[in-house]
Write a protein that binds this ligand. Structure first.
Ligand code: M6R
Length: 366
């Protein structure tokens, strides 16, 4: 079943272009998005929605955090993301016109399912599941649904489920923007073209594997690593850190880079690799100043930049150029590079990549 691959995780990382094109198949020839892709009642519900609440765990929650940046910027409606295991026990203030989105690869995560029950018990009826398993518990209990078509994900570390969740959340963003009269026909066409090109763009990131593999040697003997990002790439830094922790057992933390001097900078020395997600976006100049803070303390930077970022390699500054700059969808490309990094670090360390210690693929108990 593994074919030419050594692990399911590697296979699933490389399946991402296909997983994305399968998930996006319904827009392959479309000039306009139809809300019906989220369910028969979607058109009516999206018209009434005044805000979004996303509930999820782990990697799925980072997909939600990325979507928060998209939804508020493009659709212009408030969006909050909450860890399902917290929300389910919290006294929150329900809003009946809020869209509650549960995101789960498996659709069986106990806390996410319980969070959905909690939301419904509080009177929420506008519920949407984004899930990779059509017959799962979560999907059966929501008014709306979108099934990602990543195919079975065997590796405990989530990879293709995450990028397909992101593609689904971008479709949701566009539909909410349309319902909110925030999306011109031209903008819609341009975004759809970008989505359709995504599998090709991801393919080009996968071609960077040899350079990323070379970097992995520098991480394998370290005990700690820091991941930095800003804006919509902050959740990608979180996801990169989670991947490294899960499969290589290296302690990794992620920060929005502006937080560095509020504490974590104290950890930085020459033994601390610092991974930076640094595309040429509106936060880049701020991020460069943060990188300078790391360099000044002897920290070793590993920067995922792109052609427009103008970050130069030098002593202590390692730069890898992503093949394309991808605007709002750039998180999808950057996470693939971070998946490859953690995979190769784990290979050097010789850990059980597909079944890391202490973890289960589907967390069906609290
Ligand atoms: O099946 P789900 O998406 O609900 O799972 C949520 C988390 O358990 C999952 O994403 C976990 O964090 C992964 N092991 C991350 O790689």
């Amino acid at each position: 079943e593994l074919g030419d691959y050594s692990h399911y995780m590697q296979k699933e990382i490389f399946e991402q272009p296909q997983a994305l094109s399968n998930t996006l198949e319904m827009i392959s020839g479309a000039g306009q998005l139809q809300p019906g892709i989220f369910g028969a009642e979607a058109a009516e519900i999206f018209q009434q929605v005044d805000s979004v609440l996303i509930l999820a765990c782990g990697t799925s929650s980072y997909a939600g955090m990325t979507a928060k940046y998209w939804i508020e910027q493009v659709a212009g409606i408030p969006c909050n993301v909450e860890i399902a295991s917290e929300y389910r026990y919290r006294h929150s203030v329900p809003n009946p016109t809020q869209l509650v989105v549960v995101i789960s690869q498996s659709g069986e995560t106990a806390d996410t399912l319980a969070a959905l029950h909690h939301a419904k018990a509080q009177g929420h009826t506008f519920t949407l599941a984004i899930c990779n398993v059509p017959e799962s518990a979560i999907v059966r209990e929501t008014a709306l649904r979108f099934i990602t078509r990543a195919g079975p994900e065997i590796g405990v570390a989530s990879t293709k489920a995450f990028t397909t969740q992101l593609s689904a959340l971008f479709l949701l963003t566009l539909l909410l923007a349309k319902a909110n009269q925030r999306l011109s026909d031209d903008a819609e066409k341009a975004y759809l073209d970008e989505l359709r090109h995504l599998p090709i763009a991801v393919d080009k990131v996968l071609a960077l594997e040899p350079s990323i593999e070379a970097w992995s040697q520098h991480f394998a003997n370290k005990h700690h690593a820091l991941f930095l990002g800003r804006g919509r790439h902050y959740p990608i830094a979180l996801e990169g850190a989670l991947k490294l922790k899960e499969i290589s057992y290296i302690h990794a933390e992620a920060y929005p880079a502006g937080e560095l001097k509020h504490g974590p900078l104290a950890l930085v020395d020459s033994e601390m690799p610092v991974v930076v997600v640094a595309p040429n976006d509106e936060m880049l100049e701020k991020l460069k100043a943060n990188m300078q803070e790391v360099s000044a303390r002897g920290g070793q930077l590993y920067v995922f930049a792109d052609g427009g970022s103008a970050v130069k390699s030098s002593d202590g500054v390692n730069v890898l150029l992503m093949p394309e700059h991808y605007g709002l969808l750039s998180p999808v490309l950057h996470v693939v590079a971070l998946q490859l990094l953690s995979y190769h670090v784990a290979l050097v360390k010789g850990t059980d990549v597909d079944k890391p210690r202490n973890l289960a693929k589907s967390v069906t108990v609290e």
